[in-house]
Design a protein around this ligand. Structure first.
Ligand code: WT7
Length: 647
């Protein structure tokens, strides 16, 4: 924790949409009368048929139902593209910066419009209709945005799968969503290395037989790939055969917009479902206020569209606001460790939004690679995805921002659709490591284990007491799981899964997940998923996975593995298991440390005591707490003496 305070500069208070007094007034109004507040702000998007109803939401466990603007109709692609044409048809909508610094492109709103209509007609040519699901497995190329917006234009529901996921993970998501069309590229390109996207799609389609009818392939590297006759088509071939114009479909505010799979404490990843009207209102409004977005700003969020940050803050929020959004194909360290700052200078980026893990990894190389670039265009910095430690915050502020740029540490989740707790740069004095205060309309509460609402300065679990327009509506195909996961722990409240502290100034400090979810480099991983991948290996009998503090990744993955009898715990097998998990889930799930343990600490009823495993992984085995309920206390001594070195 840091007790430093960075006040709002006079410049920022004057320039921004809201200063502190206005924040307080708007926040009070938003929670005192959500109906009136959102009736006004719901108008920020264009409606085909205006809504007359605003909020119709219930968190009651026997009737969880969330509807916003439910009788309005609109279209997301219309709001992100068509409505800007009159005023900013020739303005750049997307700046694309390729993996190789020589590759870049600037796409105007008019060009974006033409692309989205063409893509929409290509999807139609493959039989896609309103309500159908489309899986997108693309690298960070403009076609990803075209494909997303094309889905929204015709009312199809996209499900984007991050290009780092394995064929197995992709297959599971294709099957769960029931997608007949998959959009991919021949290969991706990241840090000079090729990613075999089409090969992965082929393997995934085989694992989900009968689901996929059509695969649309974008040529990115141009490498030859196998094309199954009748099933696989190059985008350009399909595009040549369809008309240019495609009117936007009229969608109800509560029609599904997209599904995005995310990990939880148990079971397979859940299909988080977001709908049309409320999501777009919330994504665009937070983008405007949190980043104090003004006409002419060049805005860059370094996320991948495979994550929710890419959905809300590369594509939908910025484009709904008529912004210029930068899309980056590469990685922070290629071709050099100055890449982020070179890109900032090259495109004169004003607002830069990234994850703490990127900052921590760049910090390791010292200040020179940053300081040799200008960065004079930067005005505002943002952080997202995991708690930012005060050291990384200070470095980001002092070195990257030259002490001149406020940092907005934005807390939110795939489920929340947009930012819920965050500073506003003209309004909020900053404390390094704190996400500070709630956005308009958001009612955070801190509760203890029994659900008692704590007041004043306190520490406990973070819940949200009432709905906001960007909230997920259900788990695709499994509403009961939605209710169970988010509304049953603390009846009548949305449970975030995060722990938090509130200080005497009412600032929130997110302390990390309190469930069996870990956050590795800002990516969310269910420990249960890694465990089930490990036990699928023929030599593994049992596995338990926990997180441990990792200098760069935030959390690393620590796996305790019990082998089948007769199997030898060799270094080779360790490597084999890491490769196995990469193949089963994807590289982001690679265990950092594997400890072979003859037994796991279990209660007499057979439940694994994960608390003990966590402590050992954290190197805090001096304070294991009560171990008297263990079936075999001797297991613990073995675990401690054979623990893996964290460094
Ligand atoms: C989890 C959500 C938000 C989009 C990217 C991640 C953690 C996120 C912060 C932050 C502390 C944060 C939480 C949350 N998290 N932002 N600013 N400070 N923790 O979305 O994959 O759904 O993960 O990320 O633990 O629950 P996600």
């Amino acid at each position: 924790m840091s007790d430093k305070l960075y006040p709002v500069s006079g410049d920022w208070a004057a320039r921004a949409y809201v200063d502190d007094a206005k924040y307080k007034a708007m926040y009070e109004a938003s929670v005192a009368s959500p109906e009136a507040f959102w009736a006004e702000h719901g108008k920020r998007i264009d409606w085909m048929k205006p809504f007359t109803k605003v909020k119709n939401t219930s968190y009651a466990p026997d009737n969880v139902s969330i509807k916003w603007f439910e009788d309005g109709t609109t279209n997301v692609s219309y709001n992100c593209v068509d409505r800007h044409l009159a005023k900013r048809g020739d303005q750049v909508a997307i700046i694309w910066e390729g993996d190789d610094p020589k590759d870049d492109a600037r796409i105007t709103y008019r060009q974006l419009h033409a692309q989205v209509m063409k893509w929409a007609n290509v999807l139609k040519s493959q039989g896609v209709k309103k309500g159908d699901r489309v899986t997108i497995y693309l690298p960070m190329i403009p076609e990803a945005a075209y494909a997303m917006l094309a889905c929204t234009r015709i009312g199809a529901i996209h499900s984007i799968v991050f290009g780092g996921f394995s064929p197995d993970s992709l297959a599971g998501r294709i099957e769960d969503a029931g997608t007949s069309v998959v959009i991919t590229a021949d290969e991706g390109l990241r840090g000079g290395r090729k990613v075999p996207l089409k090969v992965n799609v082929d393997a995934a389609v085989e694992k989900a037989p009968g689901v996929v009818k059509s695969v649309i392939v974008v040529k990115r590297t141009g490498s030859p790939v196998a094309m199954a006759a009748g099933r696989d088509h190059y985008y350009t071939d399909l595009a040549a055969k369809v008309p240019d114009e495609c009117p936007p479909e009229e969608m109800n505010a509560e029609d599904p917009l997209f599904i995005l799979y995310t990990s939880g404490s148990t079971g397979k990843p859940k299909g988080v479902l977001h709908t049309t009207g409320g999501y777009l209102v919330y994504a665009s409004m937070t983008h405007q206020y949190v980043f104090d977005y003004k006409d002419g700003d060049i805005y860059w969020c370094t996320a991948d569209v495979g994550w929710v940050t890419g959905h809300s803050y590369i594509v939908y929020g910025p484009l709904a606001n008529g912004a210029t959004t930068l899309m980056f194909e590469g990685i922070p360290t290629y071709p050099s460790i100055s890449r982020f700052w070179d890109v900032v200078d090259k495109h004169q980026v004003n607002t830069f939004y990234t994850a703490p893990t990127a900052i921590r990894s760049l910090m390791g190389a010292g200040e020179d690679p940053v300081k040799k670039t200008s960065r004079s265009s930067l005005r505002l910095l943002g952080s997202v995805g995991e708690p930012i430690n005060p050291e990384a915050w200070e470095w980001y502020h002092r070195v990257v921002g030259d002490g001149r740029c406020p940092i907005v540490d934005t807390w939110w989740q795939t489920e929340t659709g947009g930012i819920l707790i965050t500073p506003l740069p003209g309004a909020t004095a900053l404390k390094p490591g704190s996400a500070t205060r709630p956005f308009f309309g958001v009612k955070p509460e801190v509760v203890d284990a029994e659900g008692k609402v704590l007041s004043g300065a306190c520490e406990g679990n973070l819940v949200i007491a009432d709905s906001w327009p960007g909230q997920m509506r259900t788990v695709f195909g499994d509403h009961e799981r939605f209710v169970q996961t988010y509304f049953s722990t603390y009846a009548g409240k949305y449970f975030t899964g995060d722990g938090c502290r509130r200080d005497a100034d009412g600032y929130y400090w997110i302390t990390g997940r309190v469930d069996d979810v870990i956050n590795v480099s800002g990516h969310r991983m269910g420990t249960a998923e890694v465990e089930s991948a490990l036990v699928a290996h023929p030599k593994v009998s049992e596995a338990a996975v926990v997180g441990y503090p990792h200098d760069i990744k935030g959390q690393g993955i620590y796996a305790y593995v019990t082998l089948m009898s007769g199997e030898e715990p060799t270094e080779e097998l360790r490597k084999e298991l890491v490769a196995w998990v990469r193949k089963e889930i994807g590289p982001i799930a690679s265990p950092d440390l594997i400890q072979f343990s003859p037994g796991l600490p279990k209660t007499r009823s057979g439940k694994i005591m994960r608390r003990i495993l966590r402590k050992i992984a954290e190197d805090e085995f001096g304070s294991l707490g009560d171990t008297s309920t263990l079936a075999d206390p001797a297991v613990v001594d073995d675990l401690i003496s054979n623990r893996q070195n964290r460094k």
